[in-house]
Design a protein around this ligand. Structure first.
Ligand code: HEM
Length: 410
């Protein structure tokens, strides 16, 4: 991976945060530093006829808006793509794009599937399969950590969470790869659309079965839950099942793979992990801060809101984007934020968001990174980069999609 080109504050006038290349090919840290200091609420001009939007870069402001679901809504979309298109078809059905009492009800239902007790078996499985995958990678010598180790861990965990029968796993993994376009092959939009529909139909079949004969998996809790006093519709069930894949697959893969790259680039921190000096739970949060897999989330203002010290007003209807990658580097909150330190504490990163929509999969995501760190610490003596890495092209998900390495055993 050629290193990213550093943009300067002078480039802000032409900055296009909607363009995936801006994030994959350029280093925005100087731009973010400048915006945090001088324009914490920056108006991003319209691109290609879509509306302009606010860019919020300071940790304090980003957390404040995440927390405020009275004056800001997620129901008109919560990421740039849907916000700029004018809405999300799953609004009012999928937790991430629903607010008010329906959202509280949906979260209550989903939280049953995410309770530490419900997750016990899922997390055990994550630990075992991660160790097995790392051991296989060592045996092979060379591997692409992204494809050969990190790829299947999150999806397997999500299948466990939903109680997808073993016999159907291969099909679900394949359809997901096609729907999300993450198997490396160039996907036709028609094939991706068909695969997404096939997954939704499959979840619908499982939901009908579980409604009649429930277990304690996520599909069963959705199939037997009630929303404002009524059972969930099939659409509501399947769209929330699918949201677990959208929310939990690529984000976790990016943090695991990015974590390994960070350890390669910071040999002192690799030593801290190996020597047992680094506490795994603390290290996991630093990897989450450092990799910040979800670059931004967004909201729409419901009323006029004066902001900052420059007399600016966010108008009702304005799109407001919250940049986690800037907030996680805010020097007002993190001491020497540009240093990757596995012992960083406190570490109030916003990688899982904040407030009412705080990530439901945070415990699971942390468990996946922890399993990876433990397996590396226990089984791997050294990690060496073997070739070019590849970055993801997206204005939402940031990270490394290919990481060729050699893992050597103890
Ligand atoms: C919400 C990040 C893993 C499911 C969120 C949000 C963020 C986030 C920033 C807030 C969105 C907003 O405020 O609009 C991440 C990262 C992960 C991760 C960085 C991994 C490192 C997971 C996993 C699952 C999951 C493993 C499930 C299997 C969800 C769901 C929501 C959510 C359902 C919506 C919650 C709500 O709106 O109430 N995630 N996530 N995430 N995440 Fe995650």
């Amino acid at each position: 991976m050629p290193s990213r080109i550093m943009l300067n504050p002078g480039d802000i006038a032409t900055l296009d945060l909607t363009d995936p290349r801006t994030h994959a090919e350029y280093d925005l840290s100087e731009v973010w530093r400048h915006l945090r200091t001088t324009q914490p609420f920056h108006w991003h001009p319209s691109v290609g006829g879509a509306p302009g939007f606010w860019v919020v870069s300071r940790h304090a402001d980003v957390s404040e808006i995440y927390r405020d679901n009275k004056r800001f809504t997620s129901e008109k979309g919560n990421v740039l793509t849907t916000l700029l298109m004018g809405g999300d078809s799953a609004a009012g059905m999928m937790a991430a794009v629903t607010d008010g009492p329906r959202h509280s009800d949906l979260r209550k239902i989903l939280l049953k599937a995410f309770s530490p007790r419900a997750l016990e078996g899922v997390v055990d499985n994550i630990r075992q399969s991660t160790r097995a995958l790392v051991a296989e990678a060592i045996a092979r010598g060379e591997c692409d950590f992204a494809a050969d180790v990190a790829a299947d861990i999150p999806l397997t965990a999500i299948c466990d969470l939903m109680g997808v029968p073993e016999a159907d796993r291969a099909k679900v993994l394949e359809l997901t790869a096609t729907a999300l376009g993450n198997d490396g092959a160039a996907q036709s939009p028609a094939a991706a659309w068909q695969a997404r529909n096939d997954i939704l139909a499959y979840f619908g079949t499982l939901a009908a079965e579980r409604r009649a004969n429930p277990g304690d998996d996520a599909i069963s809790v959705l199939a037997t839950g009630t929303l404002e006093g009524k059972p969930l519709t099939m659409d509501e069930i399947v769209v929330n099942c699918y949201s677990l894949i959208i929310g939990g697959d690529e984000t976790s893969r990016m943090s695991m793979t990015g974590g390994v790259l960070a350890l390669i680039e910071h040999p002192d921190q690799w030593q801290a992990l190996k020597s047992g000096q680094a506490d795994i739970a603390t290290a996991v949060d630093e990897i989450l801060r450092w990799t910040t897999p979800a670059l931004h989330f967004g909201r729409t203002a419901l009323e006029d809101i004066p902001v900052g010290t420059q007399g600016q007003v966010i108008k009702a209807g304005d799109i407001v984007t919250l940049w986690n990658d800037s907030a996680n580097m805010d020097e007002d909150v993190f001491e020497a934020p540009e240093r990757f330190r596995l012992d960083r504490t406190p570490n109030k990163h916003l990688s899982f968001g904040y407030g009412p929509h705080f990530c439901l999969g945070a415990y699971l995501g942390r468990a996946e990174i922890a399993a990876m760190l433990s397996a590396l610490r226990d089984l791997v003596a050294s990690v060496e980069l073997r070739g070019d890495t590849r970055r993801n092209y997206s204005n939402l998900l940031s990270g490394v999609t290919s990481l060729p390495v050699t893992l050597r055993a103890e």
